[in-house]
Every structure is written in C-alpha cells, then in structure tokens.
Design a protein. Structure first.
Length: 199
C-alpha cells in the first residue's frame, strides 16, 4: 500500500510537471488506437512512460548526498536520461574533481541485473567467478558485490560497489580509495528511500 501511495504521488508530480506532454501522448495513443494504428499507440504510450521514469529519476537524484566525506557533488553534471529501449531511466551524479573522485549511477531495467543476482544468490557461481578481487557483502541490508581494481599507473586502488534492487542496479565507483572508505560512502546513501522511489 505504501509503495502504491509513493508511486501515485510521483505519478501525480510527473503529470503536473509534464501535463502538456503527458496529455498529448495520451491523446495520440487514444487516437492511434481508435484508428487501428497500434504501433503508433504503443509508441506514444512508451513515450509517456519514459517521461514518468525520467521524472522519478529527477526525484531520486534529489536524495543523493551533496557531499561524500570531502568530495563535493558536481551537481551541474547531474544527468537523468531515458534508456534506449524506452524502459526505465539512467541516473548519474559525480563527486570530486581531483585524483579522488566518485560516481553514482542507477540504471532501471539494467541487463546486468540477472547476472549479478545469480552471482549474489549462488555460492557456486560466486566461487567460480571469484578472482580474489570481489566479494559479496551487505550494505544497509542489501546484498552487494564489491570489486577492487588496481590502478597500474599510481598503484592506488579503485572500488566498484554494485547493489541490485528488484528492477534497478545501483553502482558506486570510487577512485583512489580503500575498502573502509568505500563502505562509508555507500552507507551515506539513503538506499531505502531510493529503493521505494525506483521500485
């Protein structure tokens, strides 16, 4: 019931914010359907749903912290775009400008979800796919995969944390860091609130 209420609020916000486009796409879909142009009706409905996904993405990005430890958010570079397949959106924010920097990306309906979920839930697959640089852990109750990547040039380390939700993949990439700092960054994200909006 709570999810439905949140979805209705976001849907209402999307409708108000993009009322003209929304009404136009609905009218186009109805007219196309009545005329037997099912492909055009389908396309108009896809456009309408993608606008809703983008509006939800803009609400999600407001939940991201403005600062991760000493790294300031590059808010001017925030980006929310519709996915190529008309399904979902990609949400991106970066932090920092020097050698130490971070980026958060959320992809709805990511093609990587199935593979990552299989890796996280199957000890056999996790063992076969393990190279000693990745491990499964929980962040705020969500099963996740943490992967360490060595930087050849300066011998510093970068980490990537992947957190699958039911229909979205959250990726946090941090350059020039360590595991403890990486997990502190991850714990600064309001994952429960993000999950409620994007699921």
């Amino acid at each position: 019931m709570k999810k439905l209420s949140i979805l209705l609020i976001v849907f209402a916000a999307a409708t108000v914010a993009n009322a003209q486009d929304f009404k136009k796409e609905v009218a186009t879909a109805k007219a196309s359907y009545s005329a037997g142009k099912l492909e055009d009706a389908h396309f108009a409905l896809q456009q309408m749903l993608q606008e809703i996904d983008i509006t939800i993405g803009k609400e999600v990005i407001k939940l991201f912290p403005e600062k991760m430890d000493t790294l300031q958010a590059n808010i001017k570079e925030d980006n929310v775009t519709g996915n190529v397949s008309f399904v979902g959106a990609t949400i991106h924010r970066s932090y920092g400008t020097g050698p130490k920097k971070a980026a958060i990306e959320i992809v709805n309906n990511s093609p990587m979800l199935g593979t990552l979920n299989a890796f996280l839930t199957s000890p056999l697959l996790a063992g076969l796919g393990s190279d000693g640089k990745s491990k499964v852990l929980k962040v705020q109750g969500f099963k996740s995969r943490l992967t360490k990547e060595e930087n050849m040039n300066d011998k510093s380390a970068s980490y990537k944390l992947e957190i699958p939700l039911s229909n979205a993949l959250i990726s946090l990439n941090v350059h020039n860091t360590n595991e403890n700092e990486m997990l502190a960054f991850a714990n600064s994200l309001p994952l429960d609130k993000i999950a409620k909006l994007i699921q």
